[in-house]
Design a protein. Sequence first.
Length: 321
Amino acid sequence: MSGAQRSAESGAEQPPALYERLVAYEGRPAATAGTGKDPVNLPMIRHWCEAMGDTHPAYRGPDAVAPPTMLQAWTMGGLSGHTDRSSAYEELFGLLDGAGYTSVVATDCEQEYLRPLRPGDAITFDTVIESVSELKTTKLGAGHFVTTRTDVRADGELAGTHRFRILKYAPAARPPRKAESPPETKPAPRRPRPVVNRDNAGFWEGVADHRLLIQRCGDCAALRIPWLPGCADCGSPDWDTVEASGTGTVFSYVVMHHPPFPAFDPPYAVGLIELAEGVRMVSNVVGVPYDKVRIGMPVRLEFLRADEDLVLPVFRAEGEA
């Protein structure tokens, strides 16, 4: 490699020696013979399924298996971390930090499942630094994508592979503010339109009439949101609806801090709301600052007119004006 490495997207440069040092970490272990802190167990499976709203019978009872997407959960170190990590990952991060790539964001993960995990399985794993990308430029800033691969074993047998990718980047400089000028009159940005199809059209028709309708299975009477063409419990295609009372609590929530996007003004709270009827749905929590939202907070349904032809269900913290 000769000359400085240049990011094709923005022209950002870095000395070639740095990238050569970074790729030297490819193939080096980040964790060797790691041990899961707990064997696969029914309580963790139950907590996961409750959080995800997954009622599939395969995850319950004496012959239960773990949901495949829990693959990474059995390798996590919790608040105390793992003691069997190598120094390679920290050294790689130190190089990136020293070069100015001090910020980090998770970008994506890939999982491959080879066999089910069952209660009692003892989990071991090995993690390797699989790749370090060339200098890339994103809207967040220029940096390098680092991919790790974790091979997860159950009682010594390879059960699955988890690839996790992060971006270590230098935050892009904000452009200098322009001199203030008379504000231009621009139309307010419109919210993205929800996808409406034959399976959920009735839900959005109800929302337009300020009614939150929950599907009810015609055979087993199980309630469900979002609307589906068939029952997840018994498979029946028959259903009717019941109208939600409008009361609920915050079951979980996240605070969105993504860069500004038309019609949205981060940070704001997005809640997983447990309705009084027992089903859960995702919507905005309004009426309180985003940092005051709490799990268990009582909320009440109201309808937000986003523009002339879009109404959305949101949830206001109880007792707030």
